[in-house]
Design a protein. Structure first.
Length: 328
C-alpha cells in the first residue's frame, strides 16, 4: 500500500517555517487558468467508515522497500498534562509511535522516518512539542537485527477541540542510500471525546464562477485562503493566515505547493511573498484529504484595517485571487 512520489521530496522532517520576500521577481507565470470552481472538499469519512485506498488504520504494518521493512503507526497516546513543558492552555501533548520492523535475514540500517499529523476535516497541521528532544527524523541511523524492530516517538501538540476527530498521518520512510522516500498514510481518531459532534465537511459556496475574485475564507477550486489576522505593535505587524489545499485524487499530492502573494491597499502594494521551500512543513497530502497550514509574514501597520488581496499561485503558475480586510 506504500506509494513512491513521482518527484523527490527532502528526506528530512519539514519544520513549520516559511521564507518571506518583499519582491515578486520570480512570481511571473502563466496567466490565470480560466473560470474558478468554488466547491469545498467533499465529505470526509469518519474513522469508523471504510478508508480510501492508500490510507491504513493505525496498527496496520505497511511494506517499505519491496517488503524489506514494514512501518506501523501505533496511534496517538495522550500524555499527562504535567509531563510536557510548553503546551499552551487549551491544548494537550500526544505521543505518536512509529515501529519500523526488519523483514530481512540480516542486520540492516532502518529507514529514516518523518511524520506529519493533520487533524479534522480541514487537515490542520499539528505542531511538534518544543521539549520533545530529537524527532524521529533526526535520530541517528539505527541497526536492526533480523526480524527485529525499532520504535521511534514523536510528540505533538493538538488543541483540545481536536479530541475525537480524525487524524491523518503522513510517514515518509527513506531507506539508506536513497534520497526519495516512500509515502505511507494512516488515519484514526484522536483519543477523547469531541466537544461537539463534528458535521461532515459540506460544500461551501464561494464567489460565483463568473467572478475572478473569491472572498477570503471561501473555497476556489482546490484552494482556500483564510482571513488574515494581525498581532503586535510597531510600523511592521506580524500577520498570519491559513492556507488549505484539497487533494481530490486517489494519488498522493507532493504537498500544498502554493506560493502566496500578499498585496495591501487599493494600490495593491506587495507586502510579502510566502513560498514553500525547505524548512516549510509541506508534507505530501493523502488521497482525498485536505491539508491546512498556518503561514506567517509581516505587513505595514498603515495597511491594517484596509483591503488585502492574496494571490495563490500553484506549481504550474495558475493563480487564484482572494480578497478581504486586513486584520478583520
Amino acid at each position: 500500500m506504500s506509494v513512491r512520489l513521482r518527484h523527490a521530496l527532502p528526506a528530512v522532517l519539514l519544520a513549520g517555517t516559511v521564507v518571506i520576500s518583499g519582491c515578486a521577481g520570480s512570481d511571473s507565470g502563466p496567466k490565470a487558468d480560466g473560470k474558478p470552481t468554488n466547491s469545498a472538499p467533499g465529505p470526509r469519512p469518519s474513522p469508523s467508515t471504510v478508508l480510501p485506498d492508500g490510507i491504513a488504520k493505525p496498527g496496520t504494518a505497511l511494506p517499505v522497500g519491496d517488503g524489506a521493512w514494514t512501518v506501523t503507526l501505533r496511534g496517538f497516546e495522550r500524555l499527562p498534562a504535567d509531563t510536557e513543558l510548553g503546551v499552551p492552555a487549551g491544548s494537550s501533548a500526544y505521543r505518536a509511535r512509529v515501529t519500523v520492523a526488519n523483514q530481512r535475514a540480516q542486520v540492516a540500517t532502518a529507514p529514516r522516518t518523518a511524520v506529519t499529523a493533520r487533524y479534522g476535516a480541514l487537515g490542520r497541521t499539528a505542531v511538534e512539542a518544543t521539549d520533545s528532544g530529537a524527532s524521529s527524523s533526526t535520530d541517528e541511523p539505527q541497526q536492526v537485527r533480523p526480524n527485529g524492530s525499532v520504535d521511534r516517538d514523536l510528540k505533538l501538540v493538538l488543541p483540545d477541540q481536536a479530541q475525537g476527530l480524525p487524524v491523518t498521518v503522513t510517514v515518509e520512510a527513506t531507506e539508506e542510500g536513497l534520497a526519495e522516500p516512500e509515502l505511507l498514510f494512516f488515519e484514526g481518531a484522536l483519543p477523547g471525546r469531541a466537544a461537539t459532534s463534528p458535521a461532515p465537511q459540506a460544500p461551501q459556496q464561494g464567489a460565483p464562477a463568473r467572478q475572478s475574485v473569491t472572498p477570503v475564507g471561501q473555497w476556489n477550486g482546490n484552494v482556500r485562503v483564510g482571513k488574515v489576522t494581525v498581532s503586535g505593535e510597531g510600523s511592521s505587524r506580524a500577520a498570519s493566515l491559513e492556507l488549505s489545499v484539497v487533494n481530490r485524487s486517489g494519488d498522493p499530492m507532493p504537498g500544498l505547493g502554493t506560493t502566496l502573494r500578499i498585496l495591501t491597499g487599493e494600490d495593491l502594494r506587495l507586502a510579502a511573498t510566502v513560498r514553500p521551500v525547505y524548512g516549510y512543513r509541506d508534507a505530501a497530502i493523502a488521497p482525498f484529504r485536505t491539508a491546512t497550514q498556518t503561514v506567517s509574514f509581516t505587513v505595514p501597520d498603515a495597511a491594517v484595517g484596509g483591503p488585502v488581496t492574496v494571490e495563490a499561485v500553484d506549481a504550474a503558475g495558475s493563480r487564484v485571487t482572494f480578497e478581504g480586510v486586513l486584520g478583520q
